[in-house]
Ligand binder design. Structure first.
Ligand code: ZN
Length: 138
């Protein structure tokens, strides 16, 4: 695995508009992107802090992954995402090491990134995401 940095930290929120306002107030920085990802049933908002982003996640469907997460655990940190080179190879590598995958293949996520999630059962209870720029083909 060639890992470069923490790409973003995903935070589940009940109300995106209110959360954006709170973080804009806290950071003194504007949210620079709001995006709806319909296949994940979420709306996301992004802040850039150095080379790491904060990704706020609001559910658009109570049956979606973020809706269920908030129902079970309430608002809060949802996942940590790492930027890696060559996501497809990395995926095969971590699977060979015995980590459990949620996604068997890279899929499009927010911000033009291909993403996969590793199952928290195999990563000490933390939901980890790996992502790679879609435009970089290696
Ligand atoms: Zn994410």
């Amino acid at each position: 695995m060639i890992i470069s940095n923490i790409e973003h930290i995903g935070i589940a929120v009940k109300n995106l508009k209110e959360a954006i306002k709170m973080y804009e107030d806290l950071f003194g920085l504007p949210c620079y992107n709001i995006e709806e990802i319909s296949d994940q049933k979420i709306r996301t908002a992004f802040f850039r802090i150095g080379q790491t982003k904060i990704e706020l996640l609001e559910s658009t469907d109570p049956e979606g992954p973020i809706g269920k997460f908030i129902e079970k655990k309430g608002e809060g940190v949802h996942h940590i995402a790492f930027a890696v080179e060559n996501l497809a190879d990395t995926l095969r590598e971590v699977e060979a090491k015995g980590f459990q995958l949620i996604d068997k293949h890279p899929r499009p996520g927010a911000e033009g990134l291909n993403i996969v999630f590793l199952h928290p059962k195999s990563t000490g209870g933390v939901l980890l995401e790996l992502c790679e720029d879609r435009l970089i083909k290696k």
